[in-house]
Ligand binder design. Structure first.
Ligand code: ZN
Length: 253
C-alpha cells in the first residue's frame, strides 16, 4: 500500500457558476475546485492539481490523466460542453485503474452516465432545507472519523429514485426536511477502477467547507486511488499453455 503522500489527485470543475453568479462567487471566490482541494489537503498529504472546462482539453490531457490516481468531478450546467474525446479518455483511465469521485450534480455528467450505463436521473428541489446524512457503514474506510450522522443546515434536495445500477456499497443515506430520502454515498467497481458518488455540494451553499464533507472526500480519495494501471482495451488471441487438440489453428509464436 502506498502512503497518501504519493496519491496524485486531479480536481476537475466546470468553473462556470463561480464566474457568472455573485452569490456563488462570494462563497467560492477561487472556485469549488480550490475549496475541494483545500479540504483534501486538510486531511491527507495528497498532491492535488486542478483542471477546468475552459482549459485546452479541459485540463485533462493524456499526460495529466496518466499521472492521476484519483479524479474528482464537479459539473452542472456545462455537461454538454465536455468533449466526447475527453470523456472517452477518462473512461478508459477508470477501466484501467484510476479512481473517480463524482460530486453532487456530476450525477448527470457524461462520464458518470457512461460508467453507470443508465440515465442517473433523480428528483430535486432548491428550498434551503436541512439534510441529515446517516452513516450506514462505520467500518468502511470512507467513513472513518464520521459519526452516526451529520447534518447540513441548508442544501438542495435530491430524492429517489436515483437511476443508477444497484451500487456495490451504499455507505450513506440522506433524509431531507421535506421528507425525501436519497442514497448519498455509493461505490461501484468499473473494470480496475473504483467509482464513488457523493451527493452534497450545491453551488449556492457552503457545503465544501463542512468538516464531515471534507473528511469524506479526503477518505474517498485514499480509498479509490489507483492501485494498478492495466489497459483492458485489447482482447488477444492467446496460445495455449499446454497442448490442445486444435493447436494447429492457433497462431505460431
Ligand atoms: Zn445543485
Amino acid at each position: 500500500m502506498r502512503n497518501d503522500q504519493s496519491v496524485n489527485v486531479t480536481i476537475w470543475n466546470e468553473y462556470l457558476h463561480e464566474r457568472e453568479n455573485e452569490v456563488v462567487a462570494d462563497i467560492y471566490p477561487d472556485g469549488i475546485h480550490t475549496a475541494v482541494a483545500e479540504g483534501i489537503q486538510e486531511y491527507t498529504s495528497a498532491s492535488c492539481r486542478t483542471a477546468t472546462l475552459d482549459q485546452p482539453e479541459h485540463g485533462l490531457t493524456k499526460e495529466v490523466l496518466a499521472a492521476t490516481d484519483v479524479l474528482v468531478w464537479w459539473g452542472h450546467k456545462g455537461h454538454d460542453r465536455v468533449a466526447d474525446e475527453v470523456v472517452a479518455r477518462v473512461y478508459q483511465q477508470v477501466l484501467s485503474g484510476m479512481g473517480l469521485i463524482v460530486l453532487h450534480s456530476g450525477h448527470f455528467s457524461k462520464i458518470f452516465r457512461q460508467l453507470m450505463g443508465t440515465n442517473c436521473s433523480l428528483k430535486w428541489r432548491e428550498a434551503d432545507e436541512k439534510e441529515r446524512l446517516w452513516n450506514l457503514e462505520p467500518s468502511h474506510p470512507i467513513l472513518q472519523g464520521v459519526g452516526d450522522y451529520f447534518e447540513l443546515d441548508r442544501e438542495e434536495m435530491y430524492g429517489e429514485r436515483f437511476d443508477v445500477p444497484t451500487p456495490d456499497e451504499v455507505l450513506m443515506i440522506s433524509w431531507f426536511q421535506g421528507g425525501e430520502v436519497f442514497r448519498s454515498l455509493c461505490t461501484w467497481q468499473r473494470g480496475h477502477g473504483r467509482v464513488v458518488y457523493f451527493r452534497p455540494g450545491h453551488e449556492t451553499y457552503r457545503t465544501y467547507y463542512d468538516k464531515n464533507v471534507r473528511r469524506i472526500i479526503a477518505n474517498a480519495v485514499q480509498w479509490a486511488r489507483r492501485s494498478v494501471d492495466i489497459s483492458t482495451v485489447d482482447a488477444p488471441n492467446t496460445p495455449p499453455l499446454e497442448p490442445v487438440p486444435n493447436q494447429s489453428k492457433m497462431p505460431i509464436l
